[in-house]
Design a protein around this ligand. Structure first.
Ligand SMILES: C[S@@+](CC[C@H](N)C(=O)[O-])C[C@H]1O[C@@H](n2cnc3c(N)ncnc32)[C@H](O)[C@@H]1O
Length: 449
């Protein structure tokens, strides 16, 4: 009699800890971005495990120095070369034991089993021994003393970045670094062409989706917990989008008027382009450009879902000769390429991928785009400069330099700016302020000389 081989769902055989180790290895050792790498590994996992994989990868990248410190204390020599992926597997193991509600024995056995999935059974004994020792040391409270740790380990950020935050915010640097370690909230942008924020809140309540707060300046809605977009009422019909409340301040501050010619010169993936069009559908035209043609696909998708129109052009904002038709704009949004240091809680890989030298290069690029786009603005028009950075070099100092070099530029006061950082030019939101991302805005008027 022949027995039928049972159908095996290959996905069920995938070890999530092995995928997490590979993902972290790609980010840290190969310099790839988490938002590119995680989906690739998630594609190999069963639907029910994708969230677990995400939580582990984000967690390891949030607590990288601390986890490495723990592992170092339990090893005679570090893993190098081809064994590096097992270094990350150990971090995956320690993260679960320290920060997740997975029973220690399950965290250890699943992580040890990952050595098989990573095709190196020789590592099995080592991973097993290190993780068991870690559990034992935690239980018996005999772990390495955590006092007098360097700031980079105590705060889980690179040293160069800590120094910059200390210089910029001598009284608040610890608060900022602590906010960067939090899990970010999910904020919604309500398409006011369909519903007010209060009306949409009702729809959420009916759908049993909890609302924490409605941010008063922008009408952004903060959910009590992140929710799959497909569960949001009317998402496909364009009633709502996902966007942090800090980013939702841009459309309001740009304050477009009927008939305006508007330029969004660093537009992809189009969050702010679409918000401006939702708020002011009767502007004369919206031109959305971005240097990365591949990223403009997302702009087109967002415009299509929301039923909006814009001229979408792949172009370099620092060189208008190639695309500009000579008509000056009434409003320009310059959401500049930046260090992303205001959104570390959403992208913990920024801490490790961004290097100290990058900042000077970014400041020069921002300067070039600012100079070029200023020439595209009508006298009497407004340019809103924005970044998702908290570094004064890219923000307040950048604007100070611009004002010193452009006598036709006047900084317009932003009323909401009654924040402690009064001495900085513009409006600097810090990560965690009202549970928003770190963001910067400066509103510049081109005077009629
Ligand atoms: C902060 S993101 C913009 C986010 C977008 N405004 C939104 O709200 O969805 C910065 C963008 O600037 C683009 N960029 C970088 N250098 C550029 C340049 N020289 N010209 C135009 N776009 C550029 C990047 O490709 C990136 O999409």
């Amino acid at each position: 009699m022949t027995t039928k081989t049972p159908q095996i769902d290959k996905q069920k055989l995938v070890n999530i800890r092995a995928l997490a180790a590979k993902c972290c290895y790609s980010v840290i050792d190969q310099g790839r971005s988490l938002s590119d790498e995680l989906p690739k590994q998630q594609d190999k996992a069963a639907l029910k495990d994708k969230g677990l994989l995400q939580e582990i990868c984000y967690g390891v990248l949030r607590y990288l120095p601390e986890l490495e410190h723990e592992v170092r204390a339990l090893m005679q020599k570090p893993l190098t070369g081809k064994q590096r992926v097992f270094h990350f597997l150990l971090l995956v193991g320690v993260y679960q034991i320290k920060y997740m509600r997975i029973p220690d024995h399950a965290a250890v056995s699943e992580t040890v089993a990952a050595t098989g999935a990573l095709k190196n059974r020789q590592m099995k004994a080592l991973v097993n021994a290190v993780l068991r020792n870690f559990v034992r040391a935690t239980e018996t409270n005999t772990k390495t003393k955590q006092e007098n740790l360097p700031d980079s380990i105590a705060y889980n950020h690179p040293g160069w970045f800590i120094k910059k935050v200390q210089q910029g915010y001598p009284l608040k640097w610890q608060e900022i670094l602590t906010a960067n370690q939090q899990k970010p909230p999910m904020w919604l942008r309500v398409n006011q062409q369909h519903h007010t924020s209060a009306e949409y809140q009702q729809l959420l309540t009916t759908a049993e989706i909890g609302v924490k707060v409605i941010e008063p300046l922008s009408g952004a809605i903060e959910l009590t917990r992140p929710t799959d977009v497909t569960k949001l009422p009317g998402f496909e019909q364009g009633w709502v989008s996902v966007q942090d409340a800090a980013a939702q301040q841009a459309a309001r501050l740009l304050d477009c008027q009927s008939g305006d010619l508007v330029l969004d010169c660093c537009a992809a993936p189009g969050g702010k382009t679409c918000h401006i069009l939702e708020q002011k559908p009767d502007i004369a035209s919206m031109t959305a450009i971005d240097v990365e043609a591949s990223r403009l696909v997302r702009v087109e998708e967002n415009l299509a879902r929301l039923g909006l129109n814009a001229k979408v052009i792949a172009a370099d904002a620092a060189d208008s000769k190639a695309w500009w038709d000579g008509q000056q704009f009434d409003r320009i949004l310059l959401d500049a390429p930046c260090s992303g240091t205001g959104v570390i809680r959403r992208h913990p890989d920024i801490k490790w991928l961004r290097k100290a030298n990058d900042i000077d290069a970014l400041v020069i690029l921002q300067q070039q785009i600012l100079k070029e786009t200023w020439s595209l603005l009508k006298p009497g028009g407004t340019l809103l400069y924005a970044t998702c950075s908290i570094l004064p070099q890219e923000n307040s100092e950048q604007i100070k330099h611009f004002l010193n070099n452009n006598s036709d530029a006047k900084l317009i006061n932003i009323d909401d700016c009654d924040k402690p950082e009064k001495d900085l030019l513009g409006w600097q939101l810090l990560p965690g302020d009202e549970n928003m991302d770190g963001f910067y805005y400066a509103k510049l008027l081109k005077t009629i000389l």
